[in-house]
Ligand binder design. Structure first.
Ligand SMILES: *[C@@H]1O[C@H](CO)[C@@H](O)[C@H](O)[C@H]1NC(C)=O
Ligand SMILES: *[C@@H]1O[C@H](CO)[C@@H](O)[C@H](O)[C@H]1NC(C)=O
Ligand SMILES: *[C@@H]1O[C@H](CO)[C@@H](O)[C@H](O)[C@H]1NC(C)=O
Ligand SMILES: *[C@@H]1O[C@H](CO)[C@@H](O)[C@H](O)[C@H]1NC(C)=O
Ligand SMILES: *[C@@H]1O[C@H](CO)[C@@H](O)[C@H](O)[C@H]1NC(C)=O
Ligand SMILES: *[C@@H]1O[C@H](CO)[C@@H](O)[C@H](O)[C@H]1NC(C)=O
Ligand SMILES: *[C@@H]1O[C@H](CO)[C@@H](O)[C@H](O)[C@H]1NC(C)=O
Ligand SMILES: *[C@@H]1O[C@H](CO)[C@@H](O)[C@H](O)[C@H]1NC(C)=O
Length: 465
């Protein structure tokens, strides 16, 4: 097995590496092309330049006169991650403008003239983390706009004319990373409060609704009352901008966070507050069969009077401590321990921590993947082969490319997995040490080979975390 060092793929790789520097791409004359960044801002552009360098990670088209983008506009830029188009004249987007631009993470369309955010606008942008749409003329956001944007962290819709927003499309698992939804300075007078109350806890915490045309009523007040109780920054920082119109009359508007007396007739159910589950970010755990796994249930709730319950894909609801199966046990601190994992223990584990006194619940989710044990012989054979291939390529690259010019050093980024951006410390307690060590060795092998090349490419300053 180890003898099979096939020359075909290696030669191909070398060929690609050697050919690349020849294909230098022209920079449009009105733009400024840096290593992986193209800036065409304030260039008087009325349409997209003909050919843009395909290796760009960042493209800045802000402060121009773009009013239309054709379908497939960014198809030739497979590495594009940041697209800045603020301060243009875009009134709508054609279907398929961002087709084949699914690497986008940051999209700035602020200060344009968009009227409607249509369902198809951001289709396929599943890596998108930040969406800036503030200061347009948006009156309507269509229902499916946000579905599929599963990596979304922050979305800014402020300073538009939005009268209603599809809150229903944001659910517990649809946007696990969304922590900022800015809908301030719009024209919403009545919100679908049941949908708002059903938003994931992290979204409610990061929901900005100040400076809208809210109409004072008890259902509105009740929701803000609970948010205020929890001390959300969105309310604290803009207390004076939270206004509502008495009997819908805009001339008699009151600052309702300051003037709670007005709502004294409202029955805010203080005994049983609306449910605000706070979902702690998903974590991912991979183990091999037979290993012991501990899943902790540390949530945003603190205190000694918490009770815990887990929902396990293979065993269902587990709520009592000392319900003491040899296979799976729940400790008083919420930690769930699976003694010897089996492949069919894989799945999503959801823990709920409940504080009965304050009527608060918080959940934490862990996605457990149990892999079947690897056949030992294959594993070592594969590792040796990989090591051998890496060394050979390294030597060849060194021999052929010592006076390395910039263009040849570009290395496509590894596909980004949104999970990987999370604080690894949250995963620490659940990784068994042998798994971690295995991964460490594995990555070191790659690093030794790739690191110097990437640094020569000069892309380091632009890398984002
Ligand atoms: C663009 O995406 C389509 C699928 O949506 C795919 O078939 C096509 O090959 C892609 N084109 C390029 C240039 O990547
Ligand atoms: C409130 O929103 C309007 C637009 O709806 C905007 O013109 C105004 O500047 C905003 N005021 C504040 C204090 O943000
Ligand atoms: C609250 O109720 C009292 C008596 O029931 C009534 O006089 C008062 O006008 C009500 N206040 C508001 C703001 O509706
Ligand atoms: C909070 O959790 C407890 C225990 O799991 C459950 O009985 C209760 O219904 C939950 N409350 C809400 C509002 O989800
Ligand atoms: C499981 O039960 C045994 C006795 O049956 C007890 O000694 C042990 O402490 C229990 N473990 C847990 C985690 O409750
Ligand atoms: C919870 O308790 C168990 C057993 O006492 C312990 O092994 C585990 O580390 C504890 N977990 C946390 C998060 O404190
Ligand atoms: C999981 O697999 C084991 C054998 O590997 C089997 O004994 C057990 O019944 C399975 N459990 C479920 C819930 O399918
Ligand atoms: C859990 O992880 C597995 C493998 O990484 C993945 O296929 C699956 O979709 C994940 N499930 C959830 C609910 O995230």
């Amino acid at each position: 097995m180890t003898s099979g060092l096939r020359p075909g793929p290696l030669l191909l790789l070398l060929l690609v590496l050697l050919v690349l520097p020849g294909s230098e791409e022209a920079c449009p004359s009105v733009c400024l092309c840096l290593s992986d960044t193209v800036s065409c801002s304030s260039s008087g552009l009325t349409k997209l330049p003909q050919s843009l360098p395909s290796f760009s990670v960042t493209l800045d088209l802000s402060h121009n006169y773009l009013s239309w983008l054709f379908p497939d506009s960014f198809k030739q830029m497979p590495r594009l991650e940041n697209l800045r188009m603020a301060h243009n004249q875009l009134g709508s987007l054609a279907e398929g403008v961002f087709r084949n631009a699914s690497g986008l993470r940051h999209l700035d369309l602020s200060s344009n003239k968009l009227l409607v955010v249509e369902q198809h606008y951001f289709q396929g942008l599943w890596r998108l983390e930040e969406l800036l749409l503030f200061n347009n003329k948006i009156a309507q956001v269509e229902g499916g706009t946000l579905s599929g944007l599963s990596s979304l962290k922050k979305a800014y819709f402020s300073i538009n004319q939005i009268t209603d927003f599809p809150f229903f499309s944001i659910r517990d698992h649809s946007h696990p990373f969304l922590t900022m939804l800015d809908l301030s300075s719009n024209r919403m007078s009545r919100l679908p409060w049941e949908d708002v109350k059903a938003l994931p806890g992290l979204v409610q915490r990061g929901l900005y609704l100040h400076n809208n045309s809210l109409i004072c009523d008890c259902s509105m007040y009740s929701v803000f009352w609970h948010w205020d109780l929890r001390g959300y920054d969105s309310l604290r920082d803009f207390a004076d901008e939270h206004t509502c119109a008495v009997h819908g009359n805009p001339r008699s508007s009151i600052r309702f966070l300051r003037r709670s007396r007005f709502f004294r007739n409202c029955t805010v159910d203080k005994k049983r507050p609306i449910s605000l589950p706070v979902t702690v970010l998903l974590s991912q755990v991979t183990v091999t069969e037979g290993q012991r796994v501990s899943l902790d249930c540390q949530t945003s709730l603190r205190g000694s009077k918490l009770s815990f319950a887990w929902l396990s894909p293979s065993k269902g609801r587990l709520a009592r401590t000392g319900d003491n199966d040899t296979l799976i046990s729940l400790f008083a601190n919420g930690t769930l321990e699976i003694g010897a994992t089996e492949v069919n223990d894989s799945g999503l584990y959801v823990c709920t921590a409940a504080d009965a006194k304050r009527a608060l619940n918080a959940t934490r989710e862990v996605n457990v993947t149990v892999l079947p044990p690897p056949p030992e012989a294959f594993n070592t054979g594969y590792t040796t082969l990989l090591g051998c291939a890496v060394t050979t390529v390294g030597v060849l690259v060194y021999l052929y490319m010592t006076p390395c010019r910039c263009g040849c050093c570009k290395q496509p980024r590894p596909p980004a997995i949104p999970i990987a951006t999370y604080d690894p410390s949250t995963l620490t307690p659940v990784f068994s040490s042998s798994v971690r060590e295995h991964q460490k060795i594995h990555t070191n092998k790659h690093v030794a080979f790739m690191e110097p090349r990437r640094r020569e490419g000069g892309t380091e300053w632009a890398s984002e975390s």
